[in-house]
Every structure is written in C-alpha cells, then in structure tokens.
Design a protein. Structure first.
Length: 325
C-alpha cells in the first residue's frame, strides 16, 4: 500500500491561525533563547571563510547541525530555539552561518544560495569527526540546502538523519509567491531584498566589474534579483536555470537517510500545491503537513506559553534516530 503524508494537527492560539500572523509572530515576537555558543571560523579552501557557532562539547553525545533561512544567521530566533532544545537534551549542536551571514567579512564574489551545498559538506564532515553521530536540520532556504545535499550524498551522507522545515521545494514558485502583489508580498519581498541588495552593492565595491550597481538598485523583485545577481555570481545562465537546478524537489527521491519534512499548507512563501506529497514514496522520508503554520511559524499552545511545534517534532524525530543508532 502506498504511504501517505501525515496530516499533522497544530492548534494555534486564538488569533494566530492566519498564516501571516504565524509567520510574523515566530520571527518578530518570539522571545530569543540564550544558549552558550563558541564561534569558530573555518577556511573554505576557495579564498573565503565560514563561521560556525558551537554549543559546549558533550563527549560521546550525538550532534545536530542547524542551518538558517534566507538572510538569517545563527542568531535567528528559530535557530536559537532549536539549539536551546538540543542543549537541554544533552546533545552537541552547532549553527552554520552561510557566507556573508556571520561576523566574518565575505571575501569571495560568489554568494550563498538555495542550492550551494559545498560549505554544508565541509562543516558536516568536520562535525561528524568531532561528534561521531550527526544530524542536520534546516529552516526554509537552509532546509532546501539540507534536502538537496542529502539527495546529492545519497547513501554516503555523513549525516544519519535530516530535518527540513518550511522548505521552498520549488524555488521558482516561491519567488513568484514573494513577488505577488499586495501588502504581504511587499512586506516579505522588501524584508529580504533590502538586505540582499546591500550585500550585492558591497560585492560591487569589493570586486569591480562583476555586477552593475544600477541594475542591483532597480531589482525590486526576486525574479530580477536572482537573474542579475544570484545567477550571474554563481554560474547560472538565468534565474530560471538557478531555480530549476537548485530546487530540492528534484533530489528527494535520492535521499537515503531518515528525513523529516514539516510543511504548512497555508505557507505564504511556499505554495501548498508545491509541497511534494509524492515524496513519501521514498521510504526514508516522513512528511508532516499542517493546515496552519505559516512560514517557519508552527506556533501552538497559548499566547502566554507558545509552543513551536515543528521544532518539537524535529527533536522527537531525532531522538528516535539517535536512540536507534
């Protein structure tokens, strides 16, 4: 009998059933957790560096490497929330800052993007050497990188488990959703593009001739930015080629380690119809789909005691995987 995605229940607090409320609350009103972190900066071998923040070492315990979303960092509240849960569990943990997202200056003209898995491979291999047992969990863009990387690695993946939360499986569809007209499309678009344009202009100043500043300033849509910046800096012919080659939906059938994917049907950035329900044909994949949750929201519980349910599910899933090893 064919497997089906699990329709997971999430009961939002009163007033937080709306997808935009879920999305904005989880990033703008969530109380940031304090966790003890130690910064390490590693050479990437191509003239750049990557910043990784580690929890205190626990000898013999497994570890989880956490990846943030677009223009996030190891300081993002959802990253800190998951790291706090990992720390409380007695596991090892670390957060990878994509290039230009950590404290170290970005040196190389190419950028991080939704399909760039080289740094994840580098950090995962070294984390596995340090911890022995490794899992990787990614949010949004970081989730796309995680799933694409797990598919690329197949049975050779250094991680024994993976988690992807609010993954933009179809990058072109996600860009179209963010570029949609209306107030909320503008809010999400400007939040990301303001930072991305600023970084692209810094790249122009550091590497004259690689981009045209006037074109960057005129990039008011994700489609335009990915076409004139992301694609050009990273060797793609166009935004369309970048989206096609880097969307994680094309790699799911090649994943060979147990992987949990959590998505919301009402995600304003990841259209519900792009959630790959057929992915459960791969026995390695567990897919949970909620009616509510927004983008990297999944806020349950109450106003006074909110619960971030996707992260709870991630911890339960990883605990079972580590217990079986």
């Amino acid at each position: 009998m064919a497997r089906r995605p699990v329709s997971a229940e999430l009961a939002p607090p009163p007033g937080l059933a709306d997808p935009h409320a879920q999305t904005v609350w989880a990033t703008g009103f969530r109380f940031p957790r304090r966790v003890p972190l130690r910064l390490e900066t590693w050479d990437t071998g191509d003239g750049d560096v990557v910043d990784v923040e580690f929890l205190p070492d626990r000898a013999g315990a497994p570890g989880v490497l956490v990846l943030h979303g677009l223009e996030g960092s190891s300081k993002s509240v959802y990253v800190r929330g998951l790291l706090a849960a990992i720390h409380a569990k007695g596991w090892n943990g670390a957060a990878l800052n994509f290039r230009s997202c950590g404290p170290s200056p970005h040196k190389h003209p190419h950028t991080y993007h939704s399909g760039f898995t080289d740094d994840l491979q580098l950090v995962a291999m070294r984390a596995k050497e340090r911890w022995g047992r490794l899992a990787v969990a990614g949010f949004s863009l970081g989730g796309n990188v995680t799933l694409k990387w797990l598919g690329e690695q197949g049975a050779n993946a250094p991680a024994m488990a993976g988690v992807g939360i609010s993954v933009p499986f179809d990058l072109g569809a996600a860009a179209k959703a963010i570029d949609s007209p209306g107030f909320w499309g503008w809010v999400y678009r400007e939040r990301f593009l303001r930072s991305l344009r600023r970084k692209a202009l810094r790249t122009c100043a550091a590497h004259p001739g690689v981009l045209e500043p006037s074109e960057i300033r005129r990039a008011t849509s994700f489609a335009a930015f990915d076409d004139i910046v992301t694609a050009r800096l990273n060797g793609f012919a166009s935004a369309t080629e970048y989206w096609t080659r880097c969307s994680s939906s094309g790699f799911l059938d090649r994943i060979r380690v147990p992987t949990l994917i959590v998505s919301a049907d009402d995600d304003p950035i990841v259209p519900g119809e792009t959630i790959p329900r057929e992915a459960v044909a791969n026995p390695a994949i567990d897919l949970k789909i909620t009616a509510h949750g927004g983008h990297v929201g999944f806020v349950g519980g109450s106003w006074l005691r909110p619960r971030y349910v996707a992260e709870e599910w991630a911890m339960e899933f990883l605990a079972r995987r580590f217990a079986d090893s």
